[in-house]
Design a protein around this ligand. Structure first.
Ligand SMILES: [Zn+2]
Length: 80
């Protein structure tokens, strides 16, 4: 999937509201930008495929992502 620069910028903006840790840095540590929990491989494996994709894209763990975007159609961020 090709990521749009605008989407990257928007995700950085969202991330900066929750964390002072740069998105890439948090991602490298598998740290959620919302709850600052380091996500283990074992935990990651319990998420839905969509949740795993969300973490990969947004840097928010599945519970945080669901809380943030609960009522929204996720297609804006996930594309197709
Ligand atoms: Zn989280």
């Amino acid at each position: 999937m090709q990521r749009e620069p605008e989407l990257e910028h928007y995700l950085d903006l969202i991330a900066s509201k929750f964390s002072t840790t740069p998105r890439q840095e948090a991602r490298a540590r598998s740290e959620c930008l919302g709850c600052h929990k380091v996500i283990t491989d074992a935990e990651f494996a319990t998420w839905s495929e969509a949740g795993q994709r969300e973490f990969d894209i947004s840097g928010f763990c599945e519970p945080c992502f669901d809380a943030l975007f609960a009522d929204d159609d996720e297609s804006w961020i996930l594309g197709d």
